[in-house]
Design a protein. Structure first.
Length: 157
């Protein structure tokens, strides 16, 4: 699978062809986008959206990726109830050689079943939040692209 690359802080993210970085106008059309900094990638043909954000924390030395993932899940649980949110599982990952923790969930938008996954990785004093959204009907193919992105991720510095 041929990959392109971009850098978000210290994270080097590789992503497959078919994805493009979304414009400000495209981001504004996202239901939960609040104008925060970060990157949004879209593969419109495959109906996949990937967002990446980074938050530095003075308390990073006290917290692990699992703590941040649990907090992130708590943060989305209530607003996602309107979309029939159902947590599936928490799972361990490796991203860029670092331990990471993620959670997968299901929800519905305009009667379309969707699957989301957030993977949180800690590097130095920052937490990176990698979010994946895809139609559940095409999850088998979509998850391969997502996993390729996680597997190829690396940190510099």
């Amino acid at each position: 699978m041929r990959m392109k690359q971009m850098q978000i802080q210290d994270l080097i993210l590789s992503y497959p062809e078919g994805f493009h970085e979304m414009s400000r106008e495209e981001k504004a059309g996202l239901a939960f986008y609040n104008g925060e900094s970060g990157v949004c990638l879209s593969d419109p043909e495959a109906h996949i959206l990937v967002t990446i954000g980074c938050k530095e924390s003075r308390l990073a030395f006290l917290l692990q990726a699992r703590d941040a993932a649990k907090k992130a899940e708590e943060h989305i649980r209530k607003p996602m109830q309107a979309y029939q949110y159902r947590l599936e599982e928490f799972s361990d990952h490796r991203v860029g050689g670092e331990k990471a923790c993620g959670y997968r969930y299901r929800y519905t938008v305009q009667d379309i079943p969707m699957t989301g996954e957030t993977v949180v990785v800690k590097h130095k004093k920052a937490f990176y939040y990698l979010n994946f959204y895809a139609r559940t009907e095409s999850l088998t193919d979509s998850i391969k692209k997502w996993q390729a992105m996680l597997d190829a991720a690396a940190f510099c510095g």
